[in-house]
Design a protein around this ligand. Structure first.
Ligand SMILES: Cc1cc2nc3c(=O)[nH]c(=O)nc-3n(C[C@H](O)[C@H](O)[C@H](O)COP(=O)(O)OP(=O)(O)OC[C@H]3O[C@@H](n4cnc5c(N)ncnc54)[C@H](O)[C@@H]3O)c2cc1C
Length: 316
């Protein structure tokens, strides 16, 4: 039972979510990775094989990267028609969800997005209504297409053949109708990418100012974590909007989420409550965020957070 896994790669580097998807696919069938776009290498093949890809379909074509998402959807649709896979797994990123939607239309199939688990019969677990309710859903038409949230599965190596098979895609006129005209590389700091990070430390209105976010950054750096912020903090201009966590920001699902000076509004929870362990620092013991906390400190963040940072550094 072949399961297609779309490889998420940037600058020739395979993103961790791909290894998570391969691990998940292995529990349900035989994973076949799909590499779309330029940058294919023996190193990439070895990595995919290491995490269980029995096969790798390679479409190492510059045109795929030049026309935004439509070519990848066409490539996958071709593979669904040719190989009749049992399911297609894609990372739940903005791009991944757009590819999944297009693929569903092309193959007349059902699509489930933002799954945090996938079990027998491709029954997906999805948090809905901002994470307030969990549902189990199954595609009942066509080939199940499922996008899976980052950090939902712990990637585990399990070497497989990684047999390479070259495939090509003849792009339609409509797939070529939007073209990438420029790529600007975003300066990446030393911290991990927010959506992928194993640990996230987020600050909210309680932090009090942009300068005070240094307290959050210091704690994050002591743990090798990414920094996040509530919408109240980003709306105040204390931290850039791309770091906002929540319904209208990024969805994170780290092993550890530390919420500092955040009340826990439903829109914030929607973006973080699938974190494995939630730690809260808040001066108001009645703050709703404590309802989902595994550990909490009731206290002033300006006192508690630097002490915590110091203690972590001391114990390293
Ligand atoms: C359509 C819509 C979409 C939204 N999307 C998002 C979203 O994506 N992400 C998001 O975060 N919000 C979102 N919001 C906003 C959300 O409703 C809340 O307003 C927001 O999350 C509040 O942020 P906060 O917890 O930082 O601030 P507050 O609710 O003001 O909470 C601040 C907390 O800090 C504590 N505090 C204050 N001082 C200290 C101190 N010195 N030490 C310790 N604790 C202290 C307080 O006790 C309080 O609990 C959205 C709202 C709407 C309507």
């Amino acid at each position: 039972m072949e399961i297609l896994v779309l490889v998420d790669h940037v600058d020739n580097e395979i993103k961790k979510v791909t290894l998570e998807l391969l691990t998940l696919a292995r529990s349900l069938g035989s994973p076949a990775a799909v590499w779309a776009g330029p940058g294919w290498s023996e190193e990439a093949r070895t990595k995919l094989a290491e995490y269980g890809a029995d096969k790798v379909y390679v479409a190492d074509d510059q045109a795929i990267a030049d026309h935004v998402v439509a070519p990848t959807a066409e490539l996958l649709a071709g593979l669904v028609a040719d190989k009749a896979p049992a399911a297609v797994l894609i990372a739940s990123t903005g791009e991944g969800k757009e590819i999944a939607g297009r693929l569903a239309i092309k193959t007349d199939s059902g699509v489930l997005t933002d799954a945090v688990g996938l079990g027998e019969g491709f029954v997906a677990e999805q948090p809905i209504f901002g994470g307030g309710v969990n549902v189990r859903s199954r595609v009942v038409k066509g080939t199940p297409i499922v996008t899976v949230r980052l950090n939902s599965t712990v990637p585990a190596a399990a070497p497989a053949a990684g047999a390479e098979e070259r495939v090509s895609v003849a792009l339609s006129e409509s797939a070529r109708s939007a073209r990438v005209v420029e790529r600007v590389k975003e300066e990446k700091g030393a911290r991990p990418e927010l959506a992928e990070a194993e640990i996230v430390v987020s600050g909210g209105r309680g932090v009090g100012s942009g300068e005070n976010f240094a307290i959050i950054e210091r704690l994050a750096d002591s743990l090798g974590a990414a920094v996040g912020a509530s919408r109240a903090a980003t709306d105040e201009g204390w931290y850039p909007h791309q770091f906002q966590v929540g319904q209208t920001g990024k969805t994170v699902s780290p092993q550890l989420y530390i919420a500092v000076g955040i009340s826990g509004a439903i829109q914030h929870r929607a973006g973080m409550q699938t974190a494995k362990t939630i730690v809260v620092i808040n001066k108001d013991e009645k703050a709703p965020i404590f309802e989902i906390a595994d550990f909490g400190v009731v206290g002033d963040l300006h006192t508690v957070t630097p002490q915590l940072t110091e203690e972590i550094i001391k114990r390293k």
